[in-house]
Design a protein around this ligand. Structure first.
Ligand code: AMP
Length: 377
């Protein structure tokens, strides 16, 4: 979820942002924290920002926008973010809209934490921050157990340089003049929600969570009702993928057509088709003599195989052959064969005993010769 957290200095938006990070798993981006880190590290940006910060004025839009652009380009923001302390004026709000529009990820919620002016003054002058873990205390409303020491990690508590009365006065004036128009800007866009920032931190957070959750639900419902727009490019890609898949799939079997023919009729994938065409062409090219040779070769091979079988059969002793035959015949078949034997009718010559053509010719010749001899006698 992409959220902007609005509120005057001291409204507690930093504290709420940290709780939101834990609950929603999105990063907090605080321009105040980033600027303070730059000042401490004495980077060129920090050196330029320091004077404005010390005076309680806004740092130039140019610097802050460059910083935000760089931060939003980091991958941890892809699932959403909480902007804390930015935008601070209308120019920044418009620039943020432009940037998010470019990224195709518009802002989803502007959450305003409202606190009265007097309460803010008390909070800010009494504010102390742990330098080790960042926990925030207030010497008036939520003091640490030991003065100047963090309850959680024992770190030193720090009074921010810009938390003195003069600077605080300036910061609140700047807020009234420059940041309150940003609240109206988001109200006009229909993205503004307001939560009262007074009371227990946990109670305020419950109110914050209710708002975030309800906006999330609304967006989920809207997304379900309105499917995302499909571009022409998307459609063309889908058609191309479908066509490729269609061309590569084997055809369904045609009813009443023999399996062999079906295989021929089936539209083979492009590669297979090409291979088949090549084979056909090669077959056409074979001269008749070659074809004959190939057929003769096949016949010879068949004869050889038959001879081998015969020889093997001869080797088997009669008893063994019988046993093997009995084993092969299942009981039902054996019965059938028996029945056939009993049935009267023509005696058929067993197929295996058929004489080969050459032998038959020899026998016929012998018969002719004996007949001639008889005649002569
Ligand atoms: P904060 O911690 O948000 O109160 O910010 C501390 C100081 O940092 C402010 O008083 C400004 O001088 C500077 N600052 C933070 N955010 C911005 C911003 N968005 N635009 C300009 N100056 C900023």
């Amino acid at each position: 979820m992409r959220i902007v957290l609005l509120g005057a200095p001291g409204s507690g938006k930093g504290t709420q942002a940290k709780l939101m990070v834990d609950r929603y798993g999105i990063p907090q981006i605080s321009t105040g924290d980033l600027l303070r880190a730059a000042v401490e590290a004495e980077t060129p940006l920090g050196r330029q920002a320091k004077a404005a910060m010390d005076a309680g004025q806004l740092v130039s839009d140019e610097l802050v926008l460059a910083m935000i652009r760089e931060r939003l380009a980091q991958p941890d923001t892809h699932g959403g973010f909480i902007l804390d302390g930015f935008p601070r004026n209308l120019a920044q709000a418009e620039a943020l809209d432009g940037l998010l529009h470019q990224l195709g990820k518009p802002l989803e919620l502007a959450l305003h934490i409202h606190v009265d002016h007097e309460v803010l003054m008390e909070r800010m002058t009494g504010r102390r921050t742990c330098v080790s873990c960042g926990r925030v205390y207030n010497v008036y409303t939520s003091p640490p157990k030991i003065d100047g020491q963090c309850d959680v990690c024992g770190g030193n508590l720090h009074h921010r340089a810009d938390d003195n009365e003069e600077t605080i006065g300036n910061r609140l004036r700047v807020y009234e003049l420059q940041t309150t128009p940003v609240i109206d800007y988001y109200a006009d866009q229909g993205k503004l929600r307001t939560v009262e920032g007074v009371g227990e931190i946990g109670d305020i957070f419950q109110a914050v969570s209710r708002v975030v959750d309800s906006v999330k639900e609304q967006q989920a419902a809207a997304a379900e009702a309105e499917p995302s727009a499909v571009t022409l490019e998307d459609l063309e890609k889908k058609v191309a993928t479908f066509r490729q898949a269609w061309e590569e799939q084997p055809a369904l079997p045609v009813e009443g057509q023999p399996a062999g023919e079906q295989a021929e009729a089936a539209p083979a994938p492009a590669k297979k088709k090409k291979a088949a065409a090549k084979k056909k062409a090669a077959a056409k090219k074979k001269p008749a003599a070659k074809k004959k040779k190939a057929i003769a070769k096949k016949k010879a091979a068949k004869k050889k195989a038959a001879k081998k079988k015969k020889a093997a059969a001869k080797k088997k002793p009669a008893a063994k052959k019988k046993k093997a035959a009995a084993k092969k015949k299942p009981a039902a078949r054996k019965k059938k064969v028996g029945a056939k034997k009993k049935a009267p009718g023509k005696k058929k010559k067993p197929v295996g005993k058929k004489k080969p053509a050459a032998k038959r010719k020899k026998v016929a010749g012998k018969k002719k010769r004996t007949a001639a001899r008889k005649k002569r006698r």
